[in-house]
Design a protein around this ligand. Sequence first.
Ligand SMILES: Nc1ncnc2c1ncn2[C@@H]1O[C@H](COP(=O)(O)OP(=O)(O)OP(=O)(O)O)[C@@H](O)[C@H]1O
Length: 647
Amino acid sequence: MKRLLLIHGAELAVFALLAAVPLAVANPYALGLLTLLAIYGILLIGLDVTVGYLGQINLGHVAFLGLGAYAAGICLTRFGLGLFPALGVATGVGILLGGLLALPALRLEGPQFALATLSFTALSFTFLNEMESLTGGAQGLSLTRPPLFGHDLTPRAFFWLCTVLLAFVWLTMRNLLHSQWGRAFEALRDSAIATDAMGIGAYRHKVAAFALGSGLGGLAGGLYAFNFQYLQPQSFVYDLMVILLLGVVLGGRKSLWGAFVGASIVVLLPNLLSNRHVFLAVSGLGFLLALGSGARGLVRKTTRPFQALAPVVAMGLLVVGGLLVKNTEDWRKAIFALMLFSVVVGLPEGLMGFAARALTRLFRVAPSPLPAPSPLDDVLPLRVADGSAFLELEDLKRHFGGVKAVDGLSMTVRSGQIHGLIGPNGSGKSTAVNVISGLYPPTSGRMRLRGRPLGTGSLYRAAQSGLARTFQNLQLFGELTALENVMVALKGVYRSPIPLVLLGLAKGEERRARADGLALLDLLGLKDQARTRAKDLTYGDQRFLEIARALARKPDLLILDEPAAGLAHPDVQRLIQTIRRIHQRGIAMILIEHHMDVVSELCTLVTVLDGGRVIAEGSPDEVKRHPKVVEAYLGQAGPGDAASEPA
Ligand SMILES: Nc1ncnc2c1ncn2[C@@H]1O[C@H](COP(=O)(O)OP(=O)(O)OP(=O)(O)O)[C@@H](O)[C@H]1O
């Protein structure tokens, strides 16, 4: 509570202060800088959605600023639209073109995605430059700021309008990014496969996030047009894009405050470069900061030597350059590059990330208390298991070129049953569950769930049909806490339409999601680690967290892919107890395991694979004695000995 009050109080204070400045300061230059700060604030909040939340290098944001600016300008000059309709069109152009660009571009990853967005910037520049009849081409487009409700917009009134819009964007984005949507954006950055497997629809969310960020770029563009009242295509090219990226990275990713600090830096950069003394003072301060934090990191052994030294050298170069070079503006690109390098290496969480940590320590801000867990019966209602055929596989095949990983698998999983799937290494177990759960489409064969054909080749659709799974190689959302990992997968809780989420009217379902998530963490013995980031959990707890997250799907069928792999003996016992408790709730399971004692303790029926084919099926005792099984395991630890085998 104290934490929330502090954060909201600080927000209120900054916006009130910002709005009050024009009452005290009449200088038009200062007012111009503040107006630009509000516009760039909106722009960088939009850019942070893709760079911070989606973790993608977006080099196309400057194009949405330009397209939004021209859209608003043309609406005004050609069609005589008013201020708000023109801003609406600018935002709409950003959302629409952002969505259209995202559809193909977000099928790509990393550098390829960056190149696609870079090409879009080049394309939009050419379009704005060549469509002279519409945009005025290189000659530029002049416009006059339209009146608002019949009154002329003075620079001061326009500043207030921009500040109100920034506050509105800030509030709505805070609501959105702290909701299931924000968690989903972060989840798909950490593991797109797991996001799909949790029934979230990674691609759909990525496209929505990119379109949203681009829409904010368009809105900022509309304000930019009304601020400068003159547009030229060359204002919206790579140089500005690099500065915008610098703003987001320097300010701090995944943070509204970071976007605000970044926008202040972007706005003040020209002043910094044009005044030699200010430049020297700031770079000197940066040098001392880098030196101090580098030395501290080295002494405390939290920083590697390169990470400590590189920012010191880069900032040192800025200081020396500031002393030697006559006109720092001529060196602006080199200066930006050095600043960007220093921050990326030395301060990966940006200025605000660093400041937030320091402030939290300084004020000893305790996190707000967690609610009581929901009753487990509400989260995972008991099901009646009648033993009827639940999942039926018939002659299922999955070949990779000449490798017949699964080659004619037929098996039936019955409701409420724990069905073991075992076999020597490379026998096709993981491939089989990857086909069932939709990661791979089958080469041929049939799969039926509750008597109906099961959709193939889509993790998302399989998850929607009631399947949930864990992964042999863990696929957690590392940057999210344990509780957020579970919340992101929760089924049936998030029902509010997006306008309600934006307006902060979906807090009730957030509270319920937190309580439900805690109930599942409690079931897995992880309640005390609710706030620990998944990547900071012990390996054993990470395995249990994957199970808790899969249970959040409230699945009819849970697929556990080697859950005991790498677990120490006490954790294996804890796992057996946990799976029993899950089983008592009537959930059917497929259990892939090398630890035969786990299989013997838990499974009623076991299917044994070798070379992608079924070689035996029966109770654990029957298959252990089966000659083909003994033969398949010859040369490896036999299934009876596998308990002692490291998985
Ligand atoms: N994506 C892929 N491309 C090509 N071959 C693959 C692929 N995935 C699996 N295989 C091959 O299919 C065969 C079965 O592999 P799979 O991982 O399903 O076996 P497994 O029984 O799960 O093994 P383990 O117990 O070691 O995990 C192996 O020969 C493997 O090399």
